[in-house]
Design a protein around this ligand. Structure first.
Ligand code: DLL
Length: 433
């Protein structure tokens, strides 16, 4: 089933016309209602009436996380009046948090893109969904809630946490769909096993996992252990929350709702658009939002994009799984390292668990050191020391081959690495640079 088929299967020429109409209304709206943006647009030497087609978007200035933080709380809002009915805040690592707001129209837009999202993953009206993303200031829980309501599902709003209860609810109410972070659903598998329950006999058939990076190997692991179809959902608070892009059941890229979130993929160094299929930073313009519409927002997420029609019939462009970030990528001795590379190696080695942490440190006047903590299965710890050493050497060799840097590998017992009910913390960077 396709929710809003007339939009999702639209010819690209028609889509472009729609995007153009929206952009031509958006720019004067922002210019006249948001002094911070008026200044940015003036400084770029553009007059709103010069924006005549969606292709003119390239002439407009970028918006960055720094703009959001510097203008905290309401500086980037185009409507900060009584029409704003909901706010969310995403915490950052430094400085002010990021504040976003929604008018009633924005909430209905969010409900619609989330209904399209859940439907894209295979959920249908009448199905039951267990929402185990956090409810609250984080956009995950409420975003899924609005979408499921719009689609006409039965909602079990468990929020994140209380894992034993999550599993009991799965058994008692047999929800077809589970929505949570990918690391949390793996954690729930461990808990289920500890409770004497075989996750492969669980009731969830469709998983909608996102909010943090995860690899193809992790998908395989989740699908095997839970015997379900695991799909990827992408979004960010600044744009709307979850509901920016979602995989369909073919899992060949995430359909981006480009009728409302216009995507560009740029080279983060030159700011120029890259060719179709090449990796670059995803930049998004919210074409129809009211409270805090953003122009050319630099997501810092690295993806590629394709414009061919999908087997499912949708014509919306598809972005790849997130390949990393332009920032939380760590640079060790000059080499770019993405946690997903390490995860990929670990999932290919028998006896290891997909729970790991990367610690980067630098002693005075010395080179950066990387230690990878890896959880291994219980029974490996009862093996001889020789076997443990062999496994640790094997992991070390493979990670070093994948990253081209030397690493120290420490094997740890199951459940020693701190679990998260939300986003997993993969990197601890102790360097003072
Ligand atoms: O994580 C919104 C969300 C909630 C998405 C639930 C999906 C499901 P933020 O907390 O603002 O919003 O974090 C946004 O998380 O820029 C990405 O770097 C990362 N991210 C989100 N989804 C994915 C994904 C929510 N599927 C930031 N794969 C984004 C990889 C993701 N990274």
């Amino acid at each position: 089933m396709i929710w809003k088929k007339e939009i999702e299967c639209m010819q690209l020429a028609e889509l472009k016309k729609l995007q153009t109409d929206y952009l031509k209304k958006l720019i004067p709206y922002i210019y006249n209602n948001c002094p911070v943006y008026k200044k940015k647009i003036d400084e770029a030497g553009i007059k709103p009436d010069q924006i005549k087609s969606i292709d003119d978007i390239k002439r407009l200035p970028f918006t960055t996380k720094i703009d959001m933080r510097d203008n905290y709380p309401y500086g980037l809002f185009s409507n900060k009046g009584k029409d704003v009915v909901e706010i969310h805040i995403s915490s950052g690592t430094t400085g002010n948090p990021t504040l976003v707001g929604y008018t009633r129209y924005d909430v209905s837009l969010w409900s619609e893109v989330m209904a399209r999202t859940i439907c894209c993953a295979g959920g249908e009206p009448g199905d039951t969904i267990q929402i185990a993303y956090g409810y609250g200031l984080f956009t995950g829980g409420l975003g899924f809630h609005y979408g499921a309501l719009e689609l006409g599902m039965r909602i079990i709003p468990t929020s994140a946490g209380q894992t034993a209860r999550q599993i009991k609810i799965m058994q008692d109410f047999k929800p077809k769909v589970i929505a949570c972070t990918p690391s949390y659903v793996l954690y729930m598998a461990e808990e289920a096993k500890a409770m004497g329950i075989d996750p492969a006999k669980g009731n969830w058939k469709i998983g909608i996992f996102g909010a943090e990076p995860w690899s193809e190997s992790m998908r395989k692991e989740i699908e095997q252990v839970w015997n379900m179809s695991a799909t990827d959902v992408y979004g960010l608070s600044e744009i709307i929350g979850p509901g920016v892009a979602q995989e369909c059941t073919h899992k060949e890229g995430l359909h981006i709702y480009s009728d409302v979130f216009y995507p560009e993929i740029i080279d983060p160094k030159t700011d120029q658009e890259v060719k179709e299929g090449e990796s670059g930073e995803l930049v998004i313009t919210t074409l129809t939002k009211q409270a805090i519409p953003l122009i050319r927002y630099r997501t810092r997420d690295i993806v590629s994009i394709r414009y061919d029609k999908c087997k499912c019939g949708r014509t919306s462009p598809r972005i790849s799984k997130i390949k990393g970030r332009t920032d939380d990528m760590i640079i060790v001795r000059g080499i770019n390292v993405f946690p997903s590379q390490i995860e990929h190696v670990l999932l290919g080695i028998k006896g290891t668990q997909p729970h790991y942490q990367i610690i980067v440190d630098r002693k005075a006047h010395q080179l950066d050191e990387v230690e990878v903590l890896v959880e291994v299965e219980e029974k490996i710890f009862s093996d001889e020391v020789k076997k443990l050493n062999e496994l640790s050497q094997k992991i070390k060799k493979e990670i070093e081959a994948a990253l081209s840097i030397g690493v120290k590998v420490t094997l740890v017992e199951p459940k020693t690495i701190q679990r998260s009910e939300g986003k997993a913390k993969r990197i601890i960077d102790k360097r003072i640079i």
